[in-house]
Design a protein around this ligand. Structure first.
Ligand code: SF4
Length: 702
């Protein structure tokens, strides 16, 4: 019998687990002698009050009794509880020693796209001003770098969605390329369902059938790694059938003729052979998209996490440019961000090559402006560093000997994970900031206890570019601190307190606003007061009277001449960089399941979420499984050039016969990234997570 709730308190918050940033309420119910917690959705423009299973259970990890409550210091291989003063003193001595012996750049910073905008901003400033190191990058490199690079190259700026979510129901044709929204961002699926009800034609491009492809009218089961070539096929039909917008191209697009010349030289049958998608399907998809009076294209990690991910995304953007379906109502592009602050995390200076406001660290004017905001000499601002995985290589090379790691788990999330683990073990000094003792934090010399989404106030920017304010609901447990407080404390003991004297997240935001002013990601007109009153504001928002920008590129693109830049993406036999061989005959592709987030540090702590998927698995076509003598639900060894793992098989006719799928939320012997190729996209340095070559065998002969 249900026990009666005697009293109830409610706390407004936001889900930490994906880029939709659903608003929600945590209800604290008192029942006799115990408290019960329930999370419910709250109305907002992005998710309209909906929540998925992760949001409903987010409080379980935040209230978990394994949360870190004190700083931990490793002595003789064991962690002992210490005071903040002791931990900070230890960090100061070791940071000083490393930089004195090995140079300023020997210290590195590894950030996160799950922290608030204020913390992302502060971390970039901390690296450049307090540590004076060029080596800072973050886990968003593994997530958003291809889409960000493609949009910047093509449009001159990068905001996840060029139009707000509310326009999706009114578009006439949608291409979903390498995105599994139904599992990863489930609360926005109703926008696509409404579009379908309104007569939209949906085309999905994915090597697997998923809950998202089920929504599609046409599913093109592309061969892993061949998305860019498929986009060339679509472009060919559009150009040859004259389904292009000549006036739009003439007025608003650069370099079309050069691309056209290449595209028309291609053979559609060859593309069909290369991509595994029939010429008829390519023709039909292109015609349907071209003939629609409006259209949108969405990409996600399936297209982006490739060794040519940035080029593949650029080619999908080329489709929008030739058809003129951008900068107009119900027509545009969307990169479906994964991490909670995947958008904001990439705007404020955590990237190796970037300063706040999406400024370039190599641009003299940009350097001068940010140096003036920070009150330092431009000459003291470090130059460009290297990407996340390349920092790991720098550890092996001995150039980086210390690391400050914030809310990230790189030994599980990076490709070639054993190489990454060996690198972090090699460091002279590692400081990890986390809520739990993650797999990476175990290797640290000091672990600093961080606050969760329930405790940490700050702004987040959702996949649309909508800036929202997440208020703090709870005090941090024990002696845990907010990430921004931790950064300020370390800067203070390092003698840089004058640059980090912030007393609140709002004070940091006010500096961020100024730092972003005039940049492409301009937050200057956004204030905490406005966010409290208005709920959320879409950037760019250059002044306090500005209502925010719902739709981008209506009049001009962000390149200096106002035009978009088409770029040729040749079909390359070297893409993907790793393909099946006689020894490793199958494609491995990886991705998410609905109940887990990233490396699972948080969601594996939630009993309800862990119960839904308590272990990893290998999805395999039954015909392939039989060929390799693998029964359903039995243990199987998967092996690549880099290592092996053991997981349970799951037969499914929804996957291509030459491909297996394994999710990436598990660590240790189930960590699929132990197998994943370390090859990087040469432009954006995104690892090619989505395509590796593997062999499989039953663990026990069946
Ligand atoms: Fe919303 Fe994403 Fe959280 Fe699900 S995981 S509740 S879709 S923010």
């Amino acid at each position: 019998k249900q026990q009666e709730v005697q009293s109830e308190k409610s706390y407004d918050t936001q889900c930490p687990f994906c880029s939709v940033q659903c608003k929600m309420q945590l209800l604290e119910q008192s029942i006799v002698t115990r408290k019960k917690y329930v999370t419910i959705g709250k109305d907002n423009p992005a998710s309209e009050g909906r929540l998925c299973i992760k949001g409903m259970n987010a409080h379980q990890h935040a209230l978990h009794n394994e949360r870190l409550k004190f700083p931990l210091l490793k002595i003789n291989g064991e962690f002992i509880q210490v005071s903040w003063e002791q931990a900070l003193e230890h960090i100061k001595e070791n940071f000083y020693e490393i930089q004195a012996k090995d140079g300023l750049n020997a210290l590195s910073v590894y950030g996160s796209a799950s922290i608030t905008n204020e913390e992302a901003y502060l971390l970039g400033k901390f690296a450049r001003v307090a540590l004076k190191t060029k080596y800072i990058d973050y886990n968003g490199r593994l997530c958003m770098s291809a889409a960000a690079s493609a949009a910047t190259q093509t449009f001159g700026m990068d905001r996840g969605l060029t139009n707000s979510l509310s326009e999706i129901p009114f578009t006439k044709c949608i291409i979903l390329a390498g995105t599994n929204i139904a599992e990863c961002q489930p609360t926005i699926i109703p926008y696509f369902e409404k579009a379908k009800e309104n007569g939209a034609f949906i085309i999905a491009i994915d090597p697997r059938e998923t809950a998202t492809t089920d929504l599609a009218d046409l599913h093109m089961k592309v061969k892993p790694g061949k998305d860019a070539a498929l986009a060339n096929g679509l472009l060919k039909v559009l150009i040859e059938e004259d389904l292009i917008d000549h006036e739009f191209i003439r007025k608003r697009v650069d370099s079309f003729e050069e691309v056209k010349e290449y595209i028309t030289s291609l053979d559609l049958e060859e593309i069909a052979h290369m991509t595994g998608v029939s010429a008829d399907q390519i023709r039909f998809a292109a015609k349907t998209f071209g003939q629609g009076e409006s259209g949108m294209i969405f990409t996600a990690r399936g297209v982006e996490q490739q060794t040519d991910g940035s080029a593949a995304v650029r080619n999908f953007l080329n489709i929008l440019l030739v058809t003129g379906k951008i900068g107009k109502p119900n027509s545009g592009y969307g990169a479906i961000t994964g991490q909670g602050n995947g958008q904001g995390g990439r705007e404020h200076g955590q990237k190796a090559d970037q300063l706040p406001g999406y400024r370039s660290i190599e641009n003299d004017e940009h350097r001068s402006y940010i140096a003036s905001v920070w009150g330092i000499d431009k000459g003291d601002l470090p130059r460009k560093g290297v990407s996340a995985y390349e920092m790991i290589e720098k550890i092996h090379e001995g150039e980086i000997t210390g690391m400050f790691l914030m809310c990230s788990n790189p030994i599980v999330s990076n490709p070639n994970a054993d190489f990454v683990k060996k690198a972090l073990k090699k460091l002279k000094y590692l400081v990890a900031v986390d809520m739990f003792v993650s797999e990476t934090a175990k290797l640290a010399d000091v672990i600093l206890p961080a606050s969760s989404y329930l405790e940490d106030e700050g702004t987040m920017t959702n996949l649309e570019g909508r800036v929202t304010l997440r208020e703090a609901s709870f005090p941090s447990p024990g002696h845990a601190k907010h990430d921004w407080q931790i950064i300020c404390e370390i800067a203070r003991v390092l003698g840089k307190g004058e640059y980090f004297s912030f007393q609140s997240a709002e004070e940091i935001f006010n500096e961020l606003r100024v730092a972003s002013r005039g940049g492409t990601a301009d937050y200057y007109g956004i204030t905490y007061d406005r966010l409290r009153k208005e709920g959320g504001i879409l950037w760019p928002c250059p002044d306090i009277e500005h209502v925010g920008t719902k739709r981008l590129f209506e009049k001009a693109f962000a390149h200096p001449n106002g035009k978009a830049a088409m770029t040729l993406v040749p079909n390359s036999p070297n893409v993907p960089k790793e393909e099946p061989t006689k020894e490793f005959p199958l494609f491995l592709t990886t991705g998410r399941v609905m109940s887990h987030y990233l490396t699972g540090v948080q969601t594996r702590k939630s009993s309800s979420l862990a119960a839904r998927n308590f272990e990893s698995f290998m999805e395999i076509h039954p015909k392939t499984a039989k060929e390799y003598h693998i029964k359903n639900h039995t243990l199987v060894k998967i092996e690549s050039k880099r290592g092996s793992i053991i997981v349970r098989s799951k037969w499914s006719e929804k996957i291509r016969q030459d491909t297996i799928f394994v999710p990436f939320h598990w660590a240790d012997s189930q960590n699929i990234n132990l197998l994943v190729s370390k090859e990087l996209d040469p432009v954006c340095k995104m690892p090619g997570f989505k395509v590796s070559a593997v062999k499989i065998a039953p663990l026990v002969e069946s």
